[in-house]
Structure formats: structure tokens, C-alpha cells
Design a protein around this ligand. Structure first.
Ligand code: NDP
Length: 269
């Protein structure tokens, strides 16, 4: 037995959606700290993507970094970007489905557009991206999918679209693990609790944030890099006997604040 000195993800190539900010950005930085080469996507924040690239290079000047504009709702675009990333990086070992949005509203008032956009981004997007990399993983005889769900999968008032999509991601991921586990292909899910990002800043009032903290066992918000470390775990050999499983990274949260912990005006339609 010797000490582990090799970085956990040395020589591994990771593809992640939504790396221009928030949890996605923190995750690629943690992956890079552990030796991974990174291909990531953005959809609107090109400046954010450039900054992510620069920060990865600061961490590891030798890391290979590529980024692409991608709307995960567009299946043809997903296939095209996946092929490009495989060609640019040489091969892909790990795929992280992180891209996400919120379009909150009570069910009675929810428009078709609000419903469609959220389901298409999270659930269709995760399906499109996983499908696009399956051939690559099968050909390589190995691959790890890490799909980001949310504690809201348990049912969040005012977020029926998001709750349905995030619950769907869990069922989808378990099905993928059952179909391809015997080919050494992994598909695990992370269920994050509350992390301060642009997404939550725009959609959660301080009262809701305080409730998340109060209900958690650690009595605090999560730090984005802590979520990133859980992505590293599921991307690396540390999780080689974990498949079709769900990792809660919530600070000990098994429920979410009820609707009567008043939401901000923007979300309270
Ligand atoms: P942010 O809003 O900070 O970042 C969202 C990312 O997704 C951005 O990189 C954005 O790209 C990208 N994105 C949005 N729409 C699309 C699309 N159609 N196609 C491709 N990329 C897209 O969100 P967070 O970092 O907070 O959330 C990241 C993930 O974590 C989401 O899946 C979210 O549901 C989940 N999550 C977050 C929690 C939290 O507390 N923050 C809690 C539970 C789950 P661009 O910047 O170019 O617009």
C-alpha cells in the first residue's frame, strides 16, 4: 500500500453542460483541480465561458479546455456539439448534465411555455446529452454520467414544472444505469440543496433562503465548491461501485420550505 499521489482525474476528459456560471462553473474548477481536461458549454454567457476557461488555465496551465455554445433543448445541436467535443478532446470519459433554468408559477397559472421550457431544458436536455454520448462510452467500454437533479424533486409548490423535471431525471438515470451498467457505463444523480447562484438569487427570497438553512442539519447554505466536490466523487474511481444511485448534497435536508414561507414578488404569481 502506498499513499495516493496521482490526481484523481488525471488523463480524464469531462464534458459538462452549463459551465459558464454557478454550480457548473464551480464543478469544472473542482474537476480541473483534480487533473481533468474540460469541455463545457454555455448558451448565453460567452463572457462567463471565457472566464471559466481562464480560471481552469490558472488552476492547471496544462489542462485541455474547449467550450461550445449549446442549447440543450435542441437535439440536433446536442448531437453536433457532442461529436465536436469528442473530436476536439480525443475521447470523453465523464458527462455532467448541469444546465438548468427556472420558470416558476402555480399550476393554475402556469403557461404551456413555462411548462415546456423547464421540462425541455432539464429532462429532454439530459436525455439528449446522455444519448449523444452513449456510442462514445460503449466504444470506450467505460463512461460516467452525472446528472444534476434538485431536492425540489420531492415536490416544490410554485415549481411543478421543475419538480417534475428533476424527479424525471432520477427515473431516467436509474433506467440508463440498468440498461448500460453491465457495459461499465455509470449514471448517477446528485440532488443539491440550496446553493447561492444567479438562478437562486433571481428566484428565492431571503425568507425562503432562511427556511432552507433552518431546515438543514448543517444550518447553513451550501458552498458551490462543495457541490463540485461531489461531482468529482461521482466522476472519479472513488465511486466505482456506485451506479444508478442518488447522492444528496443538501447539508441534511429532506424536505423544502412550504409555499407559505413567502416567495418574492417575481416568483409569486
Ligand atoms: P445558473 O443559472 O447559475 O447557471 C445555469 C447554467 O445553465 C448556465 O451556465 C447557463 O448558461 C446554462 N443553461 C441554461 N439554459 C440552458 C440551455 N437551454 N442550454 C444549455 N445551457 C443552459 O444555475 P445554477 O448553477 O444554480 O444551477 C445549475 C444546476 O443545478 C441546474 O440544473 C439547477 O436546476 C441545479 N440546482 C441548483 C440549485 C441551487 O441551489 N443553485 C439547487 C438544486 C439544483 P448561460 O450562462 O450561458 O446562460
Amino acid at each position: 500500500m502506498a499513499l495516493n499521489t496521482k490526481p484523481l482525474l488525471e488523463g480524464k476528459n469531462v464534458f459538462l453542460t452549463g459551465g459558464s456560471r454557478g454550480i457548473g462553473k464551480a464543478s469544472v474548477l473542482e474537476l480541473a483541480k483534480n487533473g481533468a481536461n474540460i469541455a463545457f458549454t454555455y448558451v448565453s454567457s460567452e463572457a462567463g465561458a471565457k472566464d471559466t476557461e481562464a480560471q481552469i488555465k490558472e488552476i492547471n496551465p496544462n489542462a485541455k479546455v474547449c467550450y461550445y455554445k449549446l442549447d440543450v433543448k435542441n437535439s440536433a445541436q446536442v448531437n453536433e456539439v457532442a461529436q465536436k467535443a469528442i473530436a476536439d478532446m480525443g475521447h470523453i470519459d465523464v458527462v455532467v448534465n448541469n444546465a438548468g433554468i427556472l420558470r416558476d408559477g402555480l399550476i393554475y397559472n402556469m403557461t404551456d411555455e413555462q411548462w415546456d421550457e423547464v421540462i425541455r431544458t432539464h429532462l429532454y436536455g439530459t436525455f439528449y446529452v446522455c444519448r449523444a454520448f452513449l456510442d462514445e462510452f460503449i466504444a470506450n467500454g467505460f463512461g460516467k454520467f452525472v446528472n444534476i437533479s434538485s431536492i425540489c424533486y420531492v415536490g416544490s409548490a410554485g415549481q411543478a414544472n421543475y419538480s417534475a423535471a428533476k424527479a424525471g431525471i432520477i427515473g431516467f438515470s436509474k433506467a440508463l444505469a440498468k440498461e448500460y451498467g453491465m457495459k461499465n457505463i455509470y449514471c448517477n444523480v446528485i440532488v443539491p440543496g440550496y446553493f447561492k447562484t444567479e438562478l437562486t438569487d433571481a428566484n428565492a427570497s431571503q425568507m425562503i433562503v432562511d427556511e432552507f438553512v433552518r431546515l438543514s442539519m448543517l444550518q447553513r447554505e451550501g458552498k458551490r465548491e462543495e457541490l463540485g466536490k461531489s461531482v468529482v466523487f461521482l466522476a472519479s474511481e472513488l465511486s466505482d461501485f456506485v451506479n444508478g444511485d442518488v447522492l444528496y448534497v443538501t447539508g441534511g435536508l429532506d424536505t423544502i420550505p412550504p409555499k407559505n414561507a413567502k416567495r418574492n414578488k417575481k416568483a409569486a404569481n
